[in-house]
Unconditional design. Structure first.
Length: 256
């Protein structure tokens, strides 16, 4: 069994506080003067605000001068910062008078316990009380394993404002590099997570990874290269998947 040690959290004490989610927006290539900010909440309690940038007009030849091209848009986002809509407008949406500023956060609107605005570090945000989780097992690691079934246990902590509702876990395997013709087989083999994980509680999901379904490798040293990606279905909005990469030793070498 390949065991991954969880990070030790000392003195953990949950304090209810809204989580800051970035307002998602992908600017155009070469964009400058990017502005992403939440200005208000609409009747559906979605965030409405500014998502604008500038690009330069194409230019070639001696003495040519590029001209700035303004792209003004009004965007809407859900309470997790996911983009819902984008509407081009003739001029940049006007920012309302700030309600407050704490550190780098400028708050433009409040709805109940949620707030939205702009962070001076260069992104818009929405802060809302929600469930939340964090991987305690170091994520994105790499291990060398033999050509045999291996078990990987990933531990998470429910660290949001309300219990984490977890409805499922899925895992996929992928080839990395150019030597390995197939990725092996990964399945979720166990879980200690209940459907509702109390705030402050930890639980684990175990993945069984079988590299023996890789019939052979093109590596002359018998190495295979693969990766697993574990994702959870929760009510906590977008969170990073748990990933682990492998070098597998002892894989049969493919015939020429």
């Amino acid at each position: 069994m390949h065991l991954l040690s969880p990070l030790v959290v000392l003195g953990f004490a949950h304090v209810a506080s809204a989580y800051e989610y970035h307002l998602q927006f992908t600017p155009q290539s070469g964009a400058r003067n990017l502005v992403v900010a939440g200005y208000q909440f609409d009747a559906n309690n979605d965030v409405v605000g500014n998502c604008s940038d500038d690009t330069s007009s194409p230019c070639s030849g001696r003495g040519c001068h590029s001209v700035p091209v303004h792209h003004y848009n009004t965007c809407s986002w859900d309470l997790f910062g996911n983009l819902i809509s984008l509407t081009p407008v003739s001029s940049a949406p006007v920012a309302p008078q700030p309600m407050s500023q704490t550190g780098t956060e400028i708050v433009y609107a409040v709805s109940g316990t949620s707030s939205t605005g702009r962070d001076t570090r260069g992104f818009g945000f929405v802060s809302t009380p929600s469930s939340h989780y964090a991987w305690q097992t170091p994520n994105g690691g790499y291990a060398v394993i033999p050509y045999a079934v291996d078990a990987i246990t990933a531990t998470l902590i429910s660290d949001g404002d309300v219990p984490l509702n977890l409805t499922g876990a899925t895992v996929a395997s992928f080839v990395t590099g150019g030597y390995t013709p197939s990725p092996g087989t990964a399945t979720v083999s166990g879980s200690t997570c209940p459907s509702s994980v109390p705030v402050g509680s930890t639980c684990s999901v175990t993945v069984s990874y079988d590299p023996t379904t890789i019939v052979c490798t093109n590596s002359p040293y018998g190495y295979g290269y693969a990766k697993i990606d574990l994702s959870l279905a929760t009510d906590a909005g977008a969170h990073p998947d748990f990933t682990e990469g492998f070098t597998i030793t002892g894989v049969p070498v493919c015939d020429d």
